[in-house]
Structure formats: C-alpha cells, structure tokens
Ligand binder design. Sequence first.
Ligand code: ZN
Length: 183
Amino acid sequence: MRPALIVIDMLNDFVKGALASPTAKEIVPNIKRLITKARSLKIPVVYLCDAHYPGIDWELKVWGPHALAGTKGAEVIEELKPGQGDFVVRKRRYSGFFQTDLGILLRELGADTLILTGIDTSICVSLTAADAFYRGYALIVPRDAVATIDPIDNERALSYLKKVYGAEITTTEELISRLDQTK
Ligand code: ZN
C-alpha cells in the first residue's frame, strides 16, 4: 500500500465560520495525529482546499459565500497548518479532482491508496471519493476524522462510501497502528 493522506476543506469557514460543522472541532485532534504520523512515515499529505471566486463559482449559488479565494475563511485552520513538504491543491468544486492538478500530483507521488479526512463526508469527501474510485484508488476513511455540516448525514455518508466505493471505514487509532506496522 502506498497511501497519501488527504485533508479536505479543514478551512476556517468550515470549522468556525460561514458553514461551520458543529462536529468539525472534534475531528481536529484526530486529523492532527494522522498528519503527524504521515509526515514521520514520509506519507505525502495533500490538502484539498475550497478557493471560490466571488460572483462566479456556481457552488456559491447553492451555499452562499464561503471559502472565498484569498480570504481568511479559505485558509486551513491554524491547528492543521500545512507544513514544509506538504501539498496544497485549491479547488472550486466539490471534488478535489475536478479541474485541479490532484490527478497528476498523486501519479507523481506514486500513491495507490487515499486516506480521506475532513469535511463534509457527504459532499466534498464523497465526491472526491467518487472521482478517486473511477481512477482506481483504494480508499480508507477513518470515521472519527470526517464530519458533516449537518451531523445527521455523517453515518449515512460513511455507509454510502463503504457500499458504493468499497471504502474501508476504520478509526484513527486503528489506522495509525496499521501504518506503523506496514512501514
Ligand atoms: Zn465550496
């Protein structure tokens, strides 16, 4: 297994701002642990970040203004700041693959498995999972490292990811001990 850790939309607007998920804060320590572990094992860490163009992006018609490019709301939260050697991919749609360089980046990194973390399990995580599945990536989702804007959607999204894309649903704890063993 050659994994990449994907951190989706852990931005100020989704954790504390315009579209804050009430459970987002709970997953921060788990994602932090996964990032620290990945860096220590030389597993690439890739941040997928909404960066919308005001007045242009179609998604804003549905959700209203959020994560506008260049604003504080579009920055990764302080606790999970990208470090040297991490990758940041900006996106204007739900899927991290749509019109971004994520595909070529993952190919160059030699990844075959994506560990998906972040927000929203039923939207950006699920739609990035769909595009990853089409491209033949294995998927791992630690259930305590993903959250939804409406908490009621989280369990449903996790079973959907498992059923439709064959995602392995695990926990941060289990995944960390497995990553330690496989290295
Ligand atoms: Zn968005």
